[in-house]
Design a protein around this ligand. Structure first.
Ligand code: ADP
Ligand code: MG
Length: 287
């Protein structure tokens, strides 16, 4: 390959929203035959909204929101930010939680006014032996469970809209590679997003911890596949680094952008297609 022509392609592409960190990723991208898309913040807008609060036992909705916000105000997770926004909209007063801890793919914990508060997904509460009545999932919605002093007090329901062009982009990508969706979110939320995005259910992996995404990529590579991965979160960083080509959304976390070979600086999904197109054109010019 001629470095000069690659550099030209690289420079002009950056102006159009795609930053290739090195020329090699152009060629590698051309060879990928499977592309893994993260859900939250990649296929979806990544700015969820709290749409409902369901108390379990006569707890007050305002209380549930304010103790959740006390934890969430210390997290950068999109779901946490949604909780803080909801609390502000409702003019709910919240303090800062003490001894705040966050566990990837699970949720948050900390002390609010001397009480231990836990907010996260089903798995997060189950792992702490906190029992709750399972509430039916609505497809496409993410449910977060809240417990105070190990007692379940209810759930928050959030929705994160699919990006407007997600379906179109997925369709275009499916002409170039096999398209999968990988997400830390739970099955029902994942399945609904996949349906709307036009991704086959057998190509959806839900409940994936950061290390699960990494393991999946290694397995695919061992099967001889060449893997592209697109993500935006801290939880995607290891996967982005392990993929043959990692693509980070420009609006995502610094961890993802550092780990990726390509940064979609324009933060548009359609730039994935541009990257594929350029990777082919460049090679055609070179040989
Ligand atoms: P994704 O792969 O879809 O970007 P994450 O790995 O970031 O998702 O999170 C997976 C799941 O873990 C979330 O859907 C949520 O249930 C739970 N979770 C992780 N971090 C938090 C947090 N700070 N607050 C609430 N829930 C969280
Ligand atoms: Mg994400």
């Amino acid at each position: 390959a001629t470095p000069v022509s690659i550099l030209i392609a690289t420079g002009s592409s950056a102006q159009r929203g795609v930053l290739f960190k090195d020329g090699g990723s152009l060629e590698k991208l051309r060879r990928t035959n499977i592309i893994l898309l993260d859900k939250t913040g990649t296929l979806t807008e990544g700015s969820p909204q709290v749409t409902a609060i369901h108390p379990a036992d006569g707890s007050h909705k305002a209380y549930m929101l304010s103790i959740s916000a006390a934890l969430a105000s210390q997290s950068a997770h999109p779901l946490a930010q949604a909780i803080v926004r909801a609390a502000r909209d409702k003019q709910s007063i919240y303090s800062e939680a003490q001894n705040f801890l966050e566990t990837a793919g699970r949720g948050m914990e900390g002390y609010v006014a001397g009480k231990r508060v836990v907010v996260g997904n089903r798995r997060w509460l189950l792992e702490q032996d906190i029992h709750f009545k399972d509430q039916p999932d609505q497809p496409g919605y993410t449910r977060l469970y809240i417990a105070v002093n190990d007692k379940f007090i209810g759930t928050l329901v959030l929705i994160d809209e699919l990006k407007e062009d997600a379906r179109k982009v997925v369709q275009a990508l499916q002409r170039r590679a096999e398209v999968w969706m990988v997400t830390g979110d739970e099955e029902p939320a994942a399945a609904a997003v996949a349906i709307h995005a036009g991704i086959d259910q057998v190509k959806v992996r839900a409940g994936m911890l950061p290390e699960d995404k990494l393991t999946l990529i290694r397995e695919l590579q061992q099967q001889g596949r060449s893997v592209a991965m697109v993500g935006d979160g801290i939880n995607d960083a290891a996967a982005l680094a392990a993929a043959d080509v990692g693509m980070a959304m420009g609006g995502g976390t610094d961890a993802a952008k550092q780990a990726g070979d390509i940064v979609l600086i324009g933060n548009r999904l359609s730039h994935i297609i541009d990257a594929y197109t350029w990777s082919r054109q460049t090679m055609r010019n070179v040989h």
